[in-house]
Design a protein around this ligand. Structure first.
Ligand SMILES: C[S@@+](CC[C@H](N)C(=O)[O-])C[C@H]1O[C@@H](n2cnc3c(N)ncnc32)[C@H](O)[C@@H]1O
Length: 341
């Protein structure tokens, strides 16, 4: 039927969109959007922006470096590093302690359990008898650390004593070798004071060979190396004007401590000096506890130096000595200088 008025108007068909969708013609799914007011549309845009922002943030967090991660994350990474470093250090200390225990007291315990007769060398740790171990351990920083970095001061006290003595045409004895530079320094001081010869005595041949390695090039024939037991010396009585014993006593069974001091005196000429480096009972409570624990674990024979086998008391009881003692590092170490009458 024609329209009620006017000419029939052709309604233009809506322009087609690409994909065949007609503009203006609603799809069922568009209806909600279409019905949406301007305010609603703005909300939708805002939400989609927020989602995009969130995704961007997530991506950034995934790929940023710890350095860029802000102070909180930096502290987290730092604390992980600190924990790992502390764990590594603890492991290193434990391994070092285990190594020293196995190559010192541990072996003596095993020897004791295995039975057998006590020889003059039974108390000597493998760390002093096996060349591989001697070479592995004789490293100045390690040796200084074992003596709480007092090694240099202790040796200097002996060197000063030798330096202030006239040793012209005299002989000097070093009873037992020791790690570090104590032997080269005391040899240099003795020869510098005019000594014509230094005799180095040790019960272990490897130790003498090792000591020779440190001295031969510089001092050659002025040094004599003898295999000797400090508790029963065969060298000529009274031949030496100075005798150095550096950290030997604490490793010896108690009866041998006394014998060693007696033999040290027998080797000295009247007026000759004994220089004795050793541990001593420290004064501060904490250091006493730490030192006591060290001795209990590693060197139980050393604790007697604190009381029942104090070398100064032994020498005074023996008689024939004038004894001086200087302590170091809160009393943890001592150098005893004893002059033979
Ligand atoms: C002096 S003590 C320990 C020194 C100290 N821990 C250091 O090296 O710095 C070790 C030395 O004493 C020696 N020794 C142990 N008992 C001995 C004895 N009865 N007579 C001679 N030397 C002895 C060992 O062979 C070793 O060379």
């Amino acid at each position: 039927m024609p329209p009620a008025s006017g000419a029939a108007r052709k309604i233009p068909s809506p322009p087609r969109l690409r994909g065949g969708r007609e503009m203006g013609r609603r799809r069922p799914s568009d209806s909600a959007t279409h019905r949406c007011s301007g305010r609603c549309l703005a909300g939708t845009v805002r939400a989609s922006r927020q989602r995009a922002d969130h995704r961007r943030k997530e991506h950034h967090e995934q790929y940023q470096s710890p350095r860029d991660a802000g102070p909180g994350a930096g502290a987290g990474a730092m604390s992980t590093f600190t924990i790992n470093a502390l764990a590594g250090l603890a492991l290193l200390l434990a391994a070092t302690g285990l190594f020293f225990f196995a190559t010192t007291r541990g072996t003596l315990i095993v020897r004791g359990l295995a039975g057998g007769r006590r020889s003059s060398e039974s108390h000597v740790y493998p760390i002093y008898s096996r060349m591989g171990l001697i070479k592995l351990v004789d490293f100045q920083p390690i040796i200084s650390a074992i003596l709480l970095f007092q090694y240099h001061r202790l040796v200097s006290k002996i060197v000063a004593g030798l330096g202030s003595t006239n040793l012209k045409r005299k002989q000097v004895l070093i009873t037992s070798c020791a790690f570090g530079n104590v032997i080269p320094r005391t040899v240099e001081a003795a020869l510098g004071s005019g000594a014509e010869k230094v005799v180095i005595a040790d019960i272990i041949r490897n130790e003498l060979t090792h000591a020779r390695g440190k001295l031969d090039a510089q001092y050659g024939r002025r040094i004599e190396y003898v295999e000797e037991d400090a508790t029963a010396m065969h060298l000529e009585e009274g031949f030496a004007d100075a005798n150095i014993i550096f950290f030997l006593l604490h490793e010896l069974p108690h009866d041998l401590k006394v014998k060693t001091l007696s033999e040290a005196g027998r080797m000295l000429a009247p007026g000759g000096k004994l220089y004795l480096g050793e541990f001593h009972k420290p004064a501060p409570f904490v250091l006493k506890c730490l030192s006591w624990s060290y001795f209990k674990v590693f060197e139980p024979l050393g604790l007697a130096l604190w009381d029942s086998h104090d070398p100064v008391a032994i020498l005074q009881e023996m008689g024939g000595w004038t004894v001086e003692r200087q302590t170091f590092f809160f009393g943890n170490f001592q150098i005893v200088t004893a002059t033979r009458h």
